[in-house]
Design a protein around this ligand. Structure first.
Ligand code: ACO
Length: 331
């Protein structure tokens, strides 16, 4: 069974309520119909009911029994606006502005999650990453104890000898352009948690990557990674974690024995932490394009699960992301 099938099975065992703000988008309605039919999640579609139904008719999606909520006319909108105003008034949001904002399905969906009316949110088939992330970061915010929200990529390799039965976590590939050492430490700890929750990796082995292994190069960029490893160790002393390590010292036991003697990771990392977003985004795409790995992005370190899709996503990608969001909500 592949990782997505395993995650779907977990989602079905304890169904969660997931809101899809892009409810009148054709791939989204098709995905909602599949989630309903297969019992993956109790999905809610946001949008004008006529437009949502038109998208369903055009694609042949059976959305019978799926709740549709129109933020423009919803009875919950005034209460959501009031809370939104309280949360964002220090940032210049007025009561009138909050009333306007909650009519936007993205903000309405985020408020549903904030208020506990949905367990999680999936969006991004139409919206850009920034447009989806900003309201999530502003309103849902970070989990207690975490410094930053970041993106874990669940990487599934055709070769089962890689990582944990062919599965690894790569972070951060989508959110923090240039994390501080504290933020990088937080990304490392959140990534270990994602490995456990989503991938069933009972023993995450976390490597903080650099162009240096254990002082082989001297540079402030290397110092940042080494400090991050120390801070991550303080945050979660029980974790198997090491840095700074070059990629080969992180994933090849023979190289680790030469370059990083005594490293607790022992060249068997299954969670890779990239030093910044340029490296992380390039790294996951290299694995995707050259090694044929599947890549599924998820936000971590966020107080409640909200996940972004690529605008080029398929119906199956949306279904998979809904399932992953539901599993995060279970945790
Ligand atoms: N974690 C927690 N909170 C955050 C984070 C974070 N990583 N980043 C920003 N915030 C908070 C800020 O503190 C701020 O809160 P406040 O308004 O209460 O003060 C709020 O979120 C908005 O932050 P800004 O800095 O004003 O927002 P910004 O315009 O910088 O956008 C964003 C943040 C969208 C995450 C930005 O960093 C970004 O664009 N990142 C890259 C996204 C991207 O393009 N990724 C690559 C493509 S995706 C892919 O390839 C799969």
């Amino acid at each position: 069974m592949g990782i997505v099938e395993k995650i779907k099975a977990k989602a079905k065992a304890n169904m969660k309520r997931i809101v899809l703000p892009e409810g009148d988008e054709k791939r989204t309605v098709q995905a909602a119909a599949i989630c309903k039919k297969e019992g993956i999640a109790d999905v809610v579609l946001l949008g004008d009911e006529e437009k949502v139904c038109a998208a369903a008719r055009e694609t042949g999606a059976d959305i019978t029994g799926i709740e549709i909520v129109n933020p423009e006319t919803s009875q919950n909108a005034p209460a959501y606006a009031e809370v939104l105003y309280e949360l964002r008034k220090s940032k210049g949001v007025t009561p009138e502005k909050a009333d306007e904002m909650v009519k936007d399905p993205m903000y309405y969906g985020i408020m549903m999650v904030k208020m506990g009316d949905a367990d999680g949110l999936v969006s991004g088939a139409v919206h850009s990453t920034g447009d989806m992330l900003r309201p999530a970061l502003q309103i849902i915010r970070t989990k207690p104890g975490y410094k930053t929200v970041s993106a874990a990529f669940v990487m599934e390799f055709p070769n089962p000898a890689i990582g944990h039965e062919g599965v690894m976590i790569f972070s951060d590939g989508a959110v923090m352009p240039n994390p501080t050492a504290e933020e990088l430490a937080s990304i490392a700890v959140a990534s270990a948690e994602s490995a456990r929750t989503l991938c069933g990796i009972d023993e995450p082995r976390v490597a903080l990557l650099s162009f240096s292994t254990k002082g082989s190069a001297k540079h402030e960029l290397v110092d940042k990674v080494r400090t991050a490893a120390e801070l991550a160790h303080q945050m979660a002393p029980e974790l198997i974690l090491d840095g700074e390590l070059q990629l080969d010292a992180a994933v090849v036991p023979e190289v680790a024995a030469l370059k990083a003697k005594g490293s607790p990771v022992e060249g068997r990392a299954n969670v890779l932490i990239f030093p910044d977003l340029q490296a992380g985004n390039i790294g996951y795409k290299l694995a995707q394009r050259f090694a044929g790995a599947g890549a599924f992005a998820l936000l971590q370190g966020i107080a409640r699960p909200c996940n972004d899709l690529s605008r080029g996503c398929s119906v199956e990608d949306i279904v998979a992301t809904v399932a992953m969001t539901a599993v995060q909500a279970q945790a």
